[in-house]
Ligand binder design. Structure first.
Ligand code: ADP
Ligand code: ZN
Length: 288
């Protein structure tokens, strides 16, 4: 018996097949172009395993419709990616695969992976952020995603601009929200080079850490989670976590006593596999 995983990102779709132990047996990726092109590649891929495929977990870029009783459940809704607006993602899979399909956001899937097998294992409350092409966040409380009228959009929380930062922010909706100030493209717009090419001792990184520390501060005070995990391309800067810990402490001023920072604000234990493992775990849990 196999589970399928689809991590649907803005630049690529990562598809994987996993076994009952949630081991990733195979992984492939397809560029995100149009739904017709990308989804037919995805569907062709899983067709090879159709006989053994028990269920599929999907973690998608969004916003997406997660309400089971909504007529547009399973759709990508108001995304800036025009070709994918109002796209019936789950419907396209259901038309070919007669198996249960779990459906959530890409960051929720990553949060679930870490909750299952990563830094959230054995914990009640886990929050996961990605600081990459965009910023997204998802939260789990006792095995369930935190959600209400929709899934959270934590990446668009407002942040206070750093005193030495005159960048107005790159978010087309909010300007200086967290994504507008701290996602990879915002770094690139400010400095004229990609984040991965900015040297570790560049003074900008203190400002970047200030925004991520504010995110951890807001998260701490709103949810008091057991752990806050930061993944995504920008967190590949190895010096970043030390800066975030220090600035978080300065912001919080010991107002609440959090777990030890080295265990409280962390990078993903599953490194780049969090969302894939999360999708496989969702697929597995759907059969319970
Ligand atoms: P995505 O968000 O598209 O899934 P990533 O999480 O890899 O993908 O994020 C890509 C963004 O992260 C780009 O803006 C890229 O410039 C930036 N990035 C990637 N690697 C690094 C790095 N080592 N340091 C800083 N920024 C990085
Ligand atoms: Zn925004």
């Amino acid at each position: 018996m196999y589970y399928g995983s689809i991590e649907a990102g803005g630049t690529k779709f990562v598809c994987a097949i996993g076994n009952e132990e949630l081991e990733i047996l195979e992984r492939v990726s397809f560029p995100t172009t149009t739904p017709e092109e990308t989804m037919s590649a995805v569907i062709d891929y899983f067709k090879k395993y159709q006989a053994e495929l028990a269920s599929i977990g999907v973690g998608s870029f969004g916003p997406i419709d997660i309400h089971p009783d909504s007529p547009t459940y399973g759709y990508i809704t108001s995304t800036p990616k025009l070709a994918w607006q109002n796209y019936d993602f789950v419907g396209a899979l259901k038309a070919v695969f007669d198996v249960p399909i779990a459906w959530t956001t890409d960051v929720n899937a990553a949060a679930y992976g870490e909750y299952y097998y990563g830094h959230g294992q054995g914990k009640h409350s886990v929050v996961y952020y990605t600081i990459g092409t965009g910023v997204g966040g998802g939260a789990i409380q006792d095995g369930r995603f935190v959600e209400g009228f929709s899934h959270p959009e934590m990446g668009h929380m407002l942040v206070v601009p750093h005193k030495d930062d005159d960048f107005k922010g790159a978010c087309p909706f909010h300007g200086n929200c967290l994504e507008g100030m701290a996602a990879g493209p915002a770094v690139e717009k400010r400095l004229g080079i990609k984040g991965q090419d900015v040297p570790a001792d560049h003074p900008y990184w203190e400002q970047e850490a200030y925004y991520i520390a504010q995110c951890a501060y807001n998260t701490t005070l709103m949810l008091s989670p057991d752990v806050i995990i930061f993944g995504g391309g920008v967190m590949k800067q190895e010096h970043m976590m030390e800066r975030v810990h220090r600035q978080f402490k300065e912001l919080l001023k010991d107002y609440v006593k959090t777990p030890e920072l080295s265990e409280y604000i962390v990078t993903p234990k599953l490194v780049d596999n969090a969302a894939t493992i999360g999708c496989l775990a969702m697929a597995k849990d759907l059969l319970k």
